[in-house]
Design a protein around this ligand. Structure first.
Ligand SMILES: C[S@@+](CC[C@H](N)C(=O)[O-])C[C@H]1O[C@@H](n2cnc3c(N)ncnc32)[C@H](O)[C@@H]1O
Length: 282
């Protein structure tokens, strides 16, 4: 097997700066091991003798960049991640949205802003289906439009495919929901078309302009801002606030908060869950 020279501090800083500028991900000073463990194979594959050569290649060959981004993003996710978030959705947010629909709003638009391999958007689609059936109005579910976006091309591909292996399917999903919403296919689990159809996936970088995505009632921005620098986090929350309608809601991961950030949201709580209501000026 070919080898590559160990990553120097100078090379680490170059790659770290590149990642910040391309996708906002800011590696910590002691995360040089992440660059080495995740990028060495690709660097060897393209024949780079060291990481300086690899860095030059990424800049010179634009098709390498998505592969680097795929390798450097952490796509960890699971079904119904963080109970408190899903309790808040079931007990507070979905009832609010159902009322809005009953009052004549044509649809509710939801954005899973770092959708990874799809579990967040699909968990929501399943929950909406269950809650609409409890209300005995299953057709209400069709009036929710869910968009999942991610910078990782591989994650978007897997999200669209909606086929999961037995380990992935077991993470957070009850047996009951698995039996109801998935078809077992030779050791893998294919999400049924009726739920797949509820979520659209797009490749999208959170550094880009959000206006083309339109206005949302609810934005999931969970477990992604943790990778960003403070400035970029504030810009991100400011941009999300602009895309939310008055009264619109943002959800963060259970370990995240807006504490010490300048962000136009009011904290709301339900049980031990927090959610954030946009503050619109004027
Ligand atoms: C840890 S996962 C979170 C998935 C899901 N939201 C959850 O909470 O389970 C973080 C995701 O953010 C995505 N990501 C990182 N930087 C991004 C950027 N600049 N634009 C869009 N997505 C990004 C990664 O590709 C990854 O799939």
């Amino acid at each position: 097997m070919n080898a590559i020279k160990p990553l120097s501090q100078k090379e680490f800083l170059k790659i770290r700066d590149l990642l910040v500028s391309v996708c906002g991900i800011e590696l910590k000073p002691d995360q040089d091991y992440l660059v080495e463990t995740r990028l060495t194979e690709l660097a060897i594959e393209i024949g780079a003798a060291d990481f300086s050569e690899f860095h030059r290649a990424i800049i010179a060959e634009p098709e390498l960049l998505p592969r680097v981004v795929d390798l450097m993003t952490t796509n960890e996710t699971l079904w119904f991640r963080d109970d408190s978030c899903w309790n808040t959705l079931r007990e507070v947010l979905l009832p609010k949205f159902f009322k809005q629909l009953e009052a004549g709003q044509p649809k509710i638009r939801v954005w899973s802003a770092a959708s990874s391999t799809g579990q967040e958007g699909y968990s929501l689609a399943m929950l909406i289906q269950e809650e609409c059936e409890k209300l005995a109005v299953p057709s209400l579910a069709e009036r929710f439009e869910i968009l999942g976006t991610d910078i990782s091309t591989a994650a978007i591909f897997l999200g669209r495919a909606a086929r999961y292996d037995s380990f992935t399917i077991s993470r957070g999903l009850s047996q009951e929901r698995r039996d109801r919403f998935f078809e077992s296919q030779g050791g893998t689990f294919q999400l049924k078309q009726s739920i797949r159809d509820r979520v659209e996936f797009k490749h999208f970088n959170l550094m880009d302009n959000f206006s083309p995505l339109g206005i949302f009632d609810l934005v999931f921005c969970r477990n992604v801002a943790i990778y960003f620098a403070k400035d970029f986090k504030e810009q991100l929350f400011e941009k999300i606030a602009k895309q939310l309608c008055p009264g619109g809601i943002m959800l963060l991961g259970a370990t995240e908060s807006l504490f010490s950030l300048n962000a136009p949201f009011a904290n709301r709580s339900h049980g031990n869950g927090l959610y954030y209501e946009v503050i619109k000026k004027g």
